[in-house]
Design a protein around this ligand. Structure first.
Ligand SMILES: [Zn+2]
Length: 135
């Protein structure tokens, strides 16, 4: 995914990335970063360019979850890996380190897909995301 002009490899699927803050009960928060109340990113196909000095890749494009269009504060929230609730409580301690890893197209080539995800998840009326397969 792309946020704050940097491409990262997340440790989990976009809608499963979990908040790292500690709750008042001293457990790790179970909320996900993606929430129906906050702006979502968009899947896009972008050139799979390597950073300078590296070889160009044969696969020309790759799917990326792009957060660069959402407000800056929201991108900071994603980078800090906090749910909307804990983004508002900066004093809550982190119980884990963030899972972000700078994306390296050569080392992470198995994560490069030249097609957009075949199914997307839409927030349902209950607020819980449902999976809807597209033909
Ligand atoms: Zn949280």
């Amino acid at each position: 995914m792309q946020l704050l002009y940097v491409r990262y490899l997340a440790a989990r699927p976009v809608d499963e990335i979990q908040c790292i803050a500690q709750t008042r009960r001293r457990h790790r928060c179970t909320s996900t970063l993606l929430s129906p109340e906050t702006p979502a990113g968009t899947w896009r196909l972008v050139p799979a360019t390597a950073t300078s000095g590296q070889l160009a890749l044969p696969s020309a494009v790759m799917a990326i979850y792009d957060l660069s269009a959402i407000p800056y504060a929201e991108q900071l929230r994603w980078r800090a890996q906090r749910c909307p609730q804990h983004a508002a409580i900066p004093t809550a301690a982190d119980l884990a380190v963030t899972d972000w890893e700078p994306f390296d197209p050569l080392r992470h080539h198995e994560h490069i897909h030249n097609r957009l995800p075949t199914h997307t998840r839409h927030p349902g009326p209950t607020g819980r995301a449902h999976e809807a397969a597209r033909p």
